[in-house]
Design a binder for this molecule. Structure first.
Ligand code: AMP
Length: 443
């Protein structure tokens, strides 16, 4: 089979890498891709907001299957375009992609179907926003309704911060039309988990759980980004919690979308807060996460192409997926200035040295080749990903690999996976006698 992957980030590099391993694939293409993807697949320039252009490319490369990586082509209606032309593609239709394309749509959908989420209200002007903030109390969360590449959410601790976010979105229009409407919601407290499923024509396949790190600095400080790192480890979710999430969140979401005439197909990402009252939805994404995809693909042992085809053919339950029990950790290195205006054009070195460590794979995001030099070309640059037999070793290995790569102004968080270590330490303390716990490498 020929497979086309749409997108240009670390997520797409990981998907292309995994698809290249598949017994089913002949050729793998990517559009627009990046320097790392270009080393393993032919890349084509593309406008990800233009469904007709993407269909034309799929026809040109004779793609038997297309996978849409990011939300932009999905919200633009690429799946509808492909379905009309009878071409196979993984992802939801434009109507179903509203789950991510409009936060107001998602919140009202959850309210209609009794899916647990934070209390909220929607405003369209500044004065109404200020009034709503006063009613909700502090802290409060202010969200632009439309797509904002991870930059449309402000968790405001003070009234000034809340009012500034309202002013930015509704008055200054810093996010353009995406900020025409604003969701104001209750601030939830707890641990965040990303739970992703692949929804097929029949049945669904839950992927291994991950934890993302959205804030730019250690200890979740500073503004939110597209994601500064992620890890996947089975200890993130116990069996009971996993079942609870499927029963109270995933299944009612898929049933609700079907009942409203928008049957959901493709990857569905639920950003969850594990609150004292149980798991609640922070957001839906209508695709896999970036950087969550990188550790997930490192752990996938099954043939990705076979899984994707099974989802289209209603065979997901029959095929299932095999996963490595070993955790995987992805540390994102970003350019100076990110998530604001980022420096670009800096030379990147050390990738081969980092990848010479066993179990390490570097996925490219904002990279480009110019005059045979590998240069930075965006905010997030590399996803340095490592797998090992336990979480402490995977973290150690990922940071050993990070220490080998370099570009001017390189920034990364030093605490990716730390919450997982904390969790392991707590379980050890409960299960091990005190003396043994003291000697454990985790203490
Ligand atoms: P979202 O894009 O909606 O997931 O928001 C981005 C980030 O903002 C989330 O990953 C959370 O860290 C935070 N966030 C969003 N909504 C809430 C909420 N209701 N309570 C607390 N934190 C939130």
């Amino acid at each position: 089979m020929n497979v086309l992957v749409l997108g240009s980030g670390g997520r797409e590099h990981a998907l292309v890498w995994k698809l290249r391993e598949s017994q089913q694939t002949e050729d793998v293409f990517c559009a627009p891709g990046n320097a790392g993807i270009g080393q393993i697949a032919e890349c084509f320039p593309i406008d990800l907001t233009n469904p007709a252009a993407m269909l034309e490319l799929a026809e040109q490369v004779k793609a038997d299957l297309t996978v849409a990586g990011p939300e932009v082509p999905l919200v633009a209606g690429v799946v509808d375009e492909f379905l009309r032309a009878g071409r196979r593609i993984i992802g939801p239709t434009q109507a179903a992609a509203q789950l991510e394309g409009s936060k107001m749509f998602a919140k009202e959908f959850m309210r209609r179907h009794g899916i647990p989420t934070a209390r909220f209200t929607v405003v369209e002007d500044y004065a109404a926003g200020v009034k709503a903030v006063a009613e909700f109390g502090l802290p409060v969360v202010i969200k632009a309704d439309g797509l904002a590449a991870g930059k449309g959410v402000v968790v405001a601790r003070t009234r000034e911060e809340a009012e500034k976010a309202l002013d930015d979105f509704l008055v200054q229009k810093t996010l353009g039309e995406a900020g025409d409407r604003v969701v104001i919601e209750e601030c939830l407290v707890g641990e965040e988990v990303s739970f992703i499923v692949l929804a097929g024509a029949r049945g669904l396949l839950p992927l291994v759980p991950t934890q993302d790190h959205k804030a730019v600095f250690d200890n979740d400080q500073g503004p939110n980004t597209g994601g500064m790192g992620a890890y996947s480890d089975d200890t993130i979710l116990g069996d009971r919690l996993r079942k609870d999430i499927l029963r109270r969140i995933i299944e009612p979401t898929l049933a609700g979308m079907a009942a409203e005439g928008m049957p959901y197909r493709g990857f569905l990402y639920c950003g969850l807060m594990l609150t004292e009252e149980g798991p609640k939805v922070l957001e839906y994404n209508v695709r896999m996460g970036d950087p969550e995809t990188q550790p997930i693909m490192m752990r996938l042992r099954s043939d990705l192409c076979e899984i994707l085809m099974a989802s289209l053919e209603g065979q997901l339950a029959a095929i299932g997926a095999r996963w490595s029990p070993n955790p995987a950790v992805c540390v994102v290195t970003s350019s100076k200035g990110y998530p604001g205006k980022s420096e670009t054009g800096k030379e990147i070195t050390g990738i081969d040295a980092a990848e010479s460590i066993g179990g390490v794979k570097i996925f490219h995001a904002g990279t480009t080749f110019r005059d045979r030099q590998l240069l930075t070309s965006g905010g997030r640059v590399l996803g340095v990903t490592a797998t090992a037999e336990d979480l402490p070793s995977a973290i150690e290995k990922a940071y050993a690999a990070v220490s080998k790569v370099h570009f001017d102004g390189m920034h990364y968080r030093r605490d990716i996976g730390a919450k997982g270590l904390q969790r392991l330490k707590m379980t050890r303390e409960i299960h091990l006698p005190e003396k043994q716990a003291e000697n454990s490498p985790l203490s």
